[in-house]
Every structure is written in structure tokens, then in C-alpha cells.
Design a protein around this ligand. Structure first.
Ligand code: PSU
Ligand code: MN
Length: 300
């Protein structure tokens, strides 16, 4: 495992048995959100974690070193980061001494695991892409959720992915998928994908117990939290934007790790920017729920 270097406040919190929430950095870079919304998202997420009693720990690669917990100067470098680091890229970023690498869900759960951090908040996870039966494009996030004992808190996955196959993959991989006070698998900008979530949970302690009773020592838990009602984008509006974004991506010949950032940026254009406040609202909400789960875990 690659052990991250901890900031002083994260190290103190962990040694004192206090609640810590890991945050990924791709979402806070321009690969995830345009400036200045990326900086706003980072601030809102950190405040939500602190406001709910936990310590935020943003993951990133800086000067070829894996870090968990950043100073404000380091955060600024992350906001301008353009190199995406999935779990398999972590050793390469270290070996080549990458200046700034922003971590995806897969890299972040891996660093959190190595540091002993059990709760992680993000916006949406990667999943099985539409057309994966031809392209083979399945996000490494799914495999990482199955191989690190961390509770990942997210607003589901974006509907530009193949959500039924994403749920099938998680089932095969043995990852418990929970709905936070909700019966449906959320689709990021909308509260429901129309697909039932396998299990509903209504309190933090149950989420902690699902991690505690896991049958395999290395498998995590996916806690899905729907976007708050007032921030939801109407499904028809977002569906049209997503279809246009996917067509543009295919026409431009975008493949591999470039697909997700490209489609995210196009969705913003196609929705006249409405995707951005929705994204901030759900990220902050996920961070708040994650902090409450992390606090409950310290009481176990
Ligand atoms: N989904 C979003 N916003 C994001 C991402 C996904 O709504 O910023 C990022 C996350 O970091 C996620 C990654 O882990 O994209 C998945 O990329 P890929 O599809 O290339 O595996
Ligand atoms: Mn991919």
C-alpha cells in the first residue's frame, strides 16, 4: 500500500481517535469543476465536514509525494491541477515525481485505507460507461470500492453512465450499496435513477455496522445520498444535456480517462451552467453526511 504523508491536523485527529473524512481532489480541479466553482466546492465541503464534527483530509500528489490533508497553499495547487491520478497511476506519479496529481475516487480510497481513514466523501463515483460492451470502459472506482474497507459517500453516479450495469458490477464485486433515507439509487443531479437501491438505511450507526460486519476484510461500502430536493435539476432538462454531451464526446473521438472530464464540461454548457450549483449542493451535502458517519464510527 502507498502510505500518504499526513498533515499535522489529520495526524493529530487520527492519533486522538477523532473523526476524519477523506476528500478526493479531482472534483476540486478543473477536471471536475470550472473556476471559481471548484474553489467554492472545496470550501463548502471542508466547512460541511468541520461543521459536523470531523476533520477534512484532501488527497493529492504534490512533488511526487502522496498527501492526505493539505495546507492552503497546497490546496491552491490542487485547484489548478490537470493530471488525473487513478489508483493505478499512483505508483507512476511517485516514480516520476509528478508536480501536481489530482486523485480520483479509486486513488483516494486507496490512500484513505493506507492511512486508516474509514470515511470518504465525493460528488459522484465513476461507473460502467454506456457502450462498455464495445469499449470496455469501466471506471477503476468500482474495483477500488471492492478492495478498500472504506465507506464512500456519494450522490450515486451520473446518468451519462450505464447505471443498471454499474449496479450489477457493484453486486458482482460484493460492495454493499446503501441509500441514505432513500429507496432509489440517485443519479447525481436527480434524486432517483428509477432503479431501486439495494438497501435503505436511516441512521449513521447502521452504516458503521455494515462496514464493521463486512464478510471480507478488504471490501468497502457505498452510501448513496440523493441531492437535496431544492437543488435537484429536472430530469428532462439534464437528460437532453447529457445526450448532447455524449454525442459531442463520441464525435470528438474522446476515449479513456479524458471521457469523464470532457463530458462534465459539456454538460455544463448544455445546461447553461445549471449543473454547477447542483454539483456544489450535492458535494457539500455528501460531506456533511460523511462527517456524521465518521463521528458515529468513533463512538463504536
Ligand atoms: N463524476 C463526477 N465528477 C467527477 C468525477 C466523476 O460527477 O469529478 C471524477 C471522480 O474523480 C471519479 C472520476 O473518480 O471522475 C472517474 O473517472 P473515470 O470515469 O475516468 O474512471
Ligand atoms: Mn474509463
Amino acid at each position: 500500500m502507498i502510505e500518504p504523508i499526513l498533515s499535522d491536523d489529520v495526524a493529530r485527529a487520527l492519533s486522538g481517535g477523532r473523526a476524519v473524512v477523506a476528500l478526493e481532489s479531482t472534483i476540486f480541479s478543473n477536471l471536475g469543476l470550472p473556476a471559481p466553482a471548484n474553489a467554492d466546492a472545496l470550501e463548502l465541503c471542508k466547512q460541511a465536514v468541520v461543521g459536523n464534527g470531523a476533520v477534512p483530509a484532501v488527497a493529492a500528489i504534490l512533488d511526487g509525494r502522496p498527501q492526505l490533508g493539505l495546507s492552503s497553499d497546497e490546496e491552491k495547487r490542487v485547484l489548478n491541477g490537470t493530471r488525473k491520478v487513478a489508483e493505478r497511476d499512483l505508483p507512476v506519479a511517485l516514480a516520476q515525481g509528478w508536480d501536481v496529481g489530482v486523485t480520483t475516487v479509486s486513488a483516494t480510497v486507496s490512500l484513505a485505507h493506507a492511512a486508516g481513514v474509514s470515511v470518504f466523501a465525493t460528488g459522484g463515483i465513476g461507473g460502467v460507461h454506456r457502450g462498455a460492451e464495445l469499449t470496455g470502459d469501466v471506471s477503476a472506482d468500482l474495483d477500488a470500492l471492492a478492495n478498500h474497507p472504506v465507506i464512500t459517500v456519494c450522490a450515486g453516479a451520473k446518468a451519462f453512465l450505464d447505471l443498471p450495469r454499474t449496479l450489477e458490477y457493484l453486486e458482482t464485486a460484493g460492495v454493499p450499496v446503501l441509500g441514505w433515507r432513500h429507496d432509489w439509487f440517485p443519479a447525481f443531479y436527480t434524486r432517483s435513477s428509477g432503479l431501486p437501491v439495494p438497501h435503505r438505511v436511516d441512521d449513521e450507526r447502521t452504516v458503521c455496522d455494515v462496514l464493521r460486519y463486512r464478510s471480507r476484510p478488504h471490501t468497502g461500502v457505498l452510501l448513496t445520498v440523493p441531492i437535496p430536493v431544492d437543488d435537484e435539476i429536472p430530469a428532462a432538462r439534464i437528460d437532453a444535456g447529457m445526450t448532447a454531451a455524449l454525442e459531442a464526446s463520441a464525435q470528438a473521438g474522446i476515449t479513456g480517462p479524458a471521457v469523464t472530464p470532457y463530458v462534465l464540461a459539456r454538460i455544463e454548457r448544455e445546461t447553461d451552467g445549471r449543473s454547477i450549483p447542483a454539483n456544489l449542493a450535492l458535494a457539500r451535502n455528501n460531506a456533511a453526511v460523511a462527517a456524521r458517519v465518521a463521528v458515529a464510527l468513533t463512538r463504536q
